[in-house]
Ligand binder design. Structure first.
Ligand code: DX5
Ligand code: ZN
Length: 216
């Protein structure tokens, strides 16, 4: 059974609490929270206060995707705000091992996100530290982009790499996931699926999530 993680990047922020209630009713498992700093990616979103608001408004798992430079400076704030999972980008971490240890020191599950151009070798020597790996299937920064097909081979290779190293880390995929792309990434080995526009840009979240599950 796969994990559906709606990205609130595409939610209606004038009624965030209600949106969170609706996605839970619709069958969502996690809430994916995309944090952008205008440096690592060319867009700015939200910080720990939105995570804290989500924590008050929902009992779903909070999955915080940090698309920011120098994440170590603010990881403690996200942990205190109620994050259950935190991913940092390999491209943004000079001391990736240290960043993962920092996340874990708060009892939070630690993950590494990889941009489409970043090789799997960048996580080779931290696999034993990982609770999950986030494969970006678009260039991060915006919702509603087209799925990059080479992500499928990358997920397959990651799945083999994790098996070889006896890792039980979850493979998460993020970007351009919809009823047509979810099947390919699921077959390749992903089990956690982030979807923004394919859920929030529809009239009926229950139908949207059911369609994703049916096509997994
Ligand atoms: C992109 C974000 C994604 C994004 C996904 O930078 O990391 O989580 O919201 O949006 P969709 O599902 O619309 O591609
Ligand atoms: Zn994301």
């Amino acid at each position: 059974m796969g994990i559906i993680a709606p990205s609130i990047l595409s939610a209606d922020f004038t009624r965030l609490g209600d949106e969170l209630i609706q996605i839970k009713k619709a069958g969502a498992d996690w809430i994916h929270i995309d944090v952008m700093d205008g440096q690592f990616v060319p867009n700015i979103t939200y910080g720990p206060i939105i995570v804290e608001a989500c924590e008050r408004a929902s009992d779903l798992i909070l999955d915080v995707h940090l698309m920011i430079e120098k994440p170590d400076l603010i990881i403690p704030e996200f942990a205190k705000a109620g994050a259950h999972y935190i991913s940092v980008h390999a491209e943004a971490c000079t001391h990736l091992h240290r960043s993962l240890q920092l996340i874990k020191s708060f009892g939070v599950k630690a993950g590494v996100a990889l941009n489409p151009a970043t090789p799997l070798s960048s996580i080779e020597w931290v696999v034993d530290q990982l609770d999950f790996v986030l494969i970006m299937s678009v260039n991060p920064g915006f919702g509603g982009q087209k799925f990059i097909e080479s992500s499928i081979e990358k997920i397959k290779a990651l799945s083999n790499m994790l098996k070889e190293k006896n890792s039980t880390a979850i493979i998460q995929v993020d970007g351009g996931i919809n009823k047509d792309t979810i099947n390919k990434v699921s077959k390749a080995g992903a089990t956690s699926f982030v979807a923004g526009s394919a859920i929030f840009n529809t009239e009926n979240y229950t139908k949207a999530i059911s369609k994703l599950r049916r096509n997994m």
